[in-house]
Design a protein around this ligand. Structure first.
Ligand SMILES: Cc1ncc(COP(=O)(O)O)c(C=O)c1O
Length: 440
């Protein structure tokens, strides 16, 4: 049978449940190399999504493939629930060395980011003996019952599935570009933090709160970077009340923001850090790293999955970290991030009616367009013209290319974006965009 995008996408519709999909365009990915992707119709794309920030190292990395093959030639995996394998131990040691702070730390593995969030919920409650959790409006922490309970981004994630975890309190994330209190920077008295403090006085006893779950950069709600003083004061509030500060670094760590961990930007050492996505070098892996006393607060098997810390996946992760260090990927990301943000700001100056905001850290960037319709059309046209990207919320383009993207590819990408903006301005973009781009 001749395989094409149409053929594979039609069969996907027939055989896969649609509830795990936020569709954009009927494209079936065939292979990739670095920041480039190829589909079954022979089209080439520059990847601005990195498989939802899970391919920071890029696609088709031969060194990782070889390391995986070497491991699989020996043994694919043996569960660490009962016996011991080398690669999960080496990886835990490596992650502990990279994580911010000098406290004694330990690692707890899962298979996905969502499961690792569940682990952090269990650990926070177990360690503090408290039941309440604070989280934020717009947060995406995952798709298990625990992680859905602390998320607040989509009603579809909650409808018809029964009871979630009780005692979760959602507060406003500091979204300064759309400040809910209508303040500008000079007028801001961290009103969003005051709301938590007020809650502590009125209805939420601080000494019953186990943890604050915080995305250091709010990813899926639009790549929102909170002010440093908000994060520092939130952290202080946690410390004052013996509440654990849990950083969800699943999307923003491993170089994405120009640091190993995005919390380094805020100079804060969280009690627990949750990781996933790019961690497994493209294979499924999640973990929590945190202070040893917290990591040992439950009894086995409080959080054990047969295939977590999979031997081969941990080998892939170790190889990826080796490449990161050897090729200086973190430093390069800072540089490429500034280069790309600068180019986007030039477009913003040129098209002030189309590009409303550009913000980012490293290669985690959000670009706001005027409204949902413009966003769908420009996103659709970019994909048609060879730049694969998605939108977030009503009007944000999500820009998170593989960190190995080259400057030439960045130049090409911004050219495609500019051409798509011009096509939009001259009314050339087909209304097909409304059919294909569903998104969040
Ligand atoms: C910030 C954040 N937390 C948690 C998750 C859930 O991770 P996973 O999809 O690997 O379960 C995601 C995934 O998009 C995420 O972006």
């Amino acid at each position: 049978m001749n395989l094409s995008n149409k053929n594979i996408c039609e069969r996907e519709k027939k055989f896969l449940s649609s509830i795990q999909k936020l569709p954009y365009c009927p494209i079936a990915i065939k292979n990739g190399k670095g920041a480039l992707l190829y589909d079954y119709d022979g089209n080439e794309y520059i990847d601005f999504l990195s498989s939802a920030s899970s391919a920071n190292i890029g696609h088709g990395n031969k060194e990782i493939a070889q390391a995986v093959k070497n491991q699989m030639d020996q043994i694919t995996q043996y569960t660490i629930a009962y016996f011991t394998c080398e690669s999960p131990v080496l990886l835990a040691e490596k992650i502990i060395n990279l994580a911010p702070g000098d406290n004694d730390k330990k690692v707890l593995y899962s298979t996905t980011g969502s499961e690792s969030i569940d682990a952090a919920i269990k650990l926070s409650k177990g360690y503090t003996g408290r039941n309440k959790i604070i989280s934020f409006n717009g947060a995406y922490h995952g798709s298990t019952y625990g992680s859905i309970s602390i998320s607040a981004i989509s009603l579809n994630m909650r409808k018809k599935i029964g009871s979630l975890l009780p005692d979760v309190y959602h507060f406003n994330y500091p979204v300064c570009i759309k400040c809910p209190y209508n303040k500008n920077e000079s007028e801001c008295h961290l009103e969003c933090l005051e709301e938590i403090k007020n809650a502590f006085q009125m209805y939420l006893p601080a000494d019953e709160v186990a943890a604050v779950f915080f995305e250091p950069i709010a990813g899926d709600s639009g790549i929102i970077i909170p002010p440093k003083r908000y994060v520092k004061n939130l952290y202080k509030l946690c410390k004052k009340n013996n509440i654990l500060f849990v950083a969800d670094e699943i999307q923003q760590s491993l170089g994405r923001c120009g640091y190993w961990f995005s919390m380094e930007h805020f100079n804060i050492e969280p009690d627990l850090i949750v990781m996933g996505k790019s961690l497994g070098g493209g294979l499924p892996l999640g973990l929590v790293v945190g202070k040893s006393e917290i990591m040992e607060c439950l009894s086995a098997p409080a959080h054990a999955f047969t295939l977590s810390a999979n031997t081969t996946v941990c080998v892939a992760a170790l190889k990826m970290l080796e490449i990161f260090e050897r090729d200086n990927i973190i430093e390069q990301t800072k540089e490429k991030g500034s280069y790309l943000i600068n180019k986007l700001n030039i477009l913003k100056e040129k098209y002030p009616n189309i590009i409303k905001d550009v913000r980012g850290l490293g290669l985690s960037i959000g670009v706001d367009l005027p409204d949902k319709s413009a966003t769908k059309k420009i996103c659709y046209q970019c994909i048609k013209n060879g730049l694969l990207l998605i939108s977030l919320g009503e009007n944000t383009l999500r820009i998170q290319p593989p960190l190995v993207i080259t400057k030439n590819q960045i130049d090409e990408s911004t050219e495609i974006l500019e051409n798509s903006i011009n096509d939009f301005i001259s009314g050339k973009i087909s209304d097909d965009a409304y059919t294909f781009i569903n998104g969040w």
